[in-house]
Design a protein around this ligand. Sequence first.
Ligand SMILES: [Zn+2]
Ligand SMILES: [Zn+2]
Length: 177
Amino acid sequence: MPFAHDTAVELRAAVALVNSAEPPETLATVADLDAFFREHGYTGRHDRTAEELAQVRALRPRLRELLLADRDTAARLVNELLAGVPVRPRLVRHSGEDWHVHATADDAPLSTRIVVETAMAMVDVVREDEHSRLAVCADPDCQGLVLDLSRNRSRRYCSTACTNRNAQAALRARRAG
Ligand SMILES: [Zn+2]
Ligand SMILES: [Zn+2]
């Protein structure tokens, strides 16, 4: 794994959030947001309101831009994002997770915490110059993001659906050839 555990967790959550905007939209309801919150191990404030849902959904284009940015652009975007929110980094240990960083107050709005956590994760990506870990899905019809944390950098597709569809297409092409 090229990153610290909490950085990897935050990048996975950010990529999943951005990809939820790809058709078919998978972050449409408060229940969808609830599932996202639980799946990615968030703690702290969670309002379960339409407003919170709208705020989180509105982050997706900005996070997509940040995750796909080249190194210098990413550094500028991280600084802009962190300048706009109250950041208070501290080490915490909870819910069976070893020491990791929380950079905002636990009662800050969920959308604020997602922005800050993604920006903090991108601090590591910029410092380690690991932007090649983030890319657009290799499926020609898919704009989903791929986060490749594998040792041999073998991941090309955003989802099992895209992996399977392209494997089947390659098989058909081989048989036809
Ligand atoms: Zn935590
Ligand atoms: Zn895809």
